[in-house]
Ligand binder design. Structure first.
Ligand code: DQA
Length: 146
């Protein structure tokens, strides 16, 4: 199983950014933990981060060439990007939406996810554990689709 973790804008600042909301764990530390758990079950993972919407769109479009599942923390683009939604809808791979914070318990403008309806499901509010929970979801998603 090959799982691609895509991270959107400002997630490169995890560990120093609004730590009361997002915690003190860096994206590199999250990646290490996810990689450790994935390796233990024979899964392959790759982590990417970009601050650019179009790069996320391109990565989603290309994902079916090499990956089985995409885990996506689209960060602020979750709430704004029809282009991301269309890219997810255009591919046949399952995409799992994740957030460190509980977007439904925050400002009103974060309650709406433009990508939720085209994703397999959403994990939101478990801090860095959202990523390890997403790994578990990704490892099991194919069974759901059969
Ligand atoms: C986030 C939630 C978004 O609303 C926010 O713009 C982010 C991070 C999260 O992981 O909690 O940048 O996706």
């Amino acid at each position: 199983m090959k799982i691609l973790f895509l991270n959107g804008p400002n997630l490169n600042l995890l560990g120093q950014r609004e730590t009361g909301v997002y915690g003190k764990t860096t994206l590199a530390q999250i990646e290490n933990e996810v990689r450790k758990q994935a390796t233990a079950v024979g899964a392959e993972v790759e982590f990417r981060q970009t601050n650019t919407e179009g790069e996320l769109v391109t990565w989603i479009q290309q994902a079916p060439e090499a990956w089985d599942v995409v885990v996506l923390n689209a960060a602020a683009y979750t709430h704004t990007s029809i282009a991301l939604r269309d890219a997810i809808a255009a591919i046949k791979l399952p995409v799992i939406e994740i957030h460190l914070s509980n977007i439904h318990a925050r400002e009103h403008f974060r309650h709406k996810s433009l990508i939720a309806a085209v994703c397999q499901g959403q994990i939101s509010g478990f801090g860095f554990h959202s990523y390890t929970l997403a790994l578990t979801a990704a490892l099991n998603v194919n069974a759901l689709l059969k």
